[in-house]
Design a protein around this ligand. Structure first.
Ligand code: NAP
Length: 300
């Protein structure tokens, strides 16, 4: 582990590239056993640039690993019922082992109804209440994509969570809540003492300063500053915000929730943005797809 001023960079890009090799081998084996490649679909509603980029990255990773993937691109003004019908089609397509509905959805669509419409066996994002319930009880069907990716990153860099105090900033259903469940669960990658903070938390700075491991998932660029971090802490930055920047080739920069240049010298290890948590999220999604495909094979 690095010391202050010289932290270990928890490189999600490099780690995910290494893990893709074993995913590819598993995908090949499943392809010969199933007589078709494992399949992942993504439903993309509307024209949100960030969502389109995330879906494209997921499709590209599938192609690199021998997983068949496709995107169902639907218009922004699609009626909720129509979207539910598209989901029902995917629920029944045999070559689709798993699928995701990229969030956020347009305001007129209920995320809860959409999430609950996905067959739990195909819910490779682990958003369905059945799957969240199973996770809560320590019997997960799938690992939630982003928190699962962070645990995999910890394993890869031998970052121990057992007995350590982890402070999670954010309690969303996608990141903060499932992250907390995984870390507090008994067993490898868990056994941590977890404090969950959110917008109503009092003395937030005090809580952050107690963290052996600080996980920031709030979507507020450069929110975490050096004085928030205990010397030698591990810092994980989940946040990704597009900030307009005319000097950048695409007209924006991606910023995390952590002020990396100021915080890094105080940490023992830290994730960059981009190239930290994002690629690891995709790795969990691919692993979940293989898991779903392998359960389908067992049903043949
Ligand atoms: P979200 O649904 O907006 O939730 C944000 C959470 O942060 C909420 O629980 C909110 O508290 C809390 N929060 C907001 N401001 C706060 C403050 N000033 N102090 C303390 N807590 C505060 O966001 P999300 O979906 O979890 O995503 C969070 C960030 O991670 C975003 O930047 C998103 O783009 C990024 N993300 C990255 C990946 C990846 O793969 N790298 C995956 C998913 C998300 P309340 O509950 O009280 O409102």
């Amino acid at each position: 582990m690095g010391n202050s001023k010289n932290p270990v960079l928890l490189d999600g890009k490099k780690t995910s590239d290494q893990l893709k090799a074993s995913i590819q081998i598993k995908a090949q084996t499943l392809t010969s056993l199933l007589g078709r490649p494992p399949g992942l679909a993504a439903v993309l509603v509307g024209n949100d640039g960030a969502s389109a980029t995330y879906v494209a990255a997921k499709m590209k990773a599938c192609a690199a690993c021998g997983i068949h993937s496709f995107t169902v691109h639907l218009p922004e003004d699609i009626a909720e019922e129509e979207l539910l019908q598209e989901i029902e089609k995917l629920n029944h397509q045999e070559h689709v082992d798993g699928f995701i509905v990229q969030l956020p959805l347009p305001k007129h669509i209920s995320v809860e109804r959409v999430t609950e419409a996905i067959r739990p066996e195909k819910d490779v994002d682990c958003f369905h209440p059945d799957n969240v319930g199973r996770l809560t009880l320590g019997r997960p069907r799938f690992l939630p994509a982003t928190p699962g990716g962070i645990i995999t990153l910890f394993n890869h860099y031998h970052i121990e969570t057992e007995g350590r105090h982890v402070v999670v900033l954010g309690r969303s259903h996608i990141v903060g809540l499932p992250m907390t469940l995984l870390l507090a669960a008994p067993g490898a990658g868990g056994n941590a003492t977890v404090t969950v903070c959110h917008s109503r938390t009092q003395n937030l700075e005090h809580h952050m300063q107690q963290a052996d491991i600080l996980i920031a998932a709030i979507g507020k660029p450069a929110f975490v500053q050096a004085h928030h971090v205990k010397p030698g802490a591990v810092v994980v930055d989940v946040g990704i915000t597009r900030v307009p920047d005319n000097t950048a080739p695409r007209g924006y920069r991606l910023l995390g929730d952590v002020d990396f240049p100021k915080v890094a010298p105080k940490c023992s290890a830290i994730t960059p943005v981009p190239g930290g948590v994002g690629p690891m999220t995709i790795i969990t999604l691919l692993s979940n797809t293989l898991e779903a495909a392998s359960r389908n094979m067992n049903r043949l």
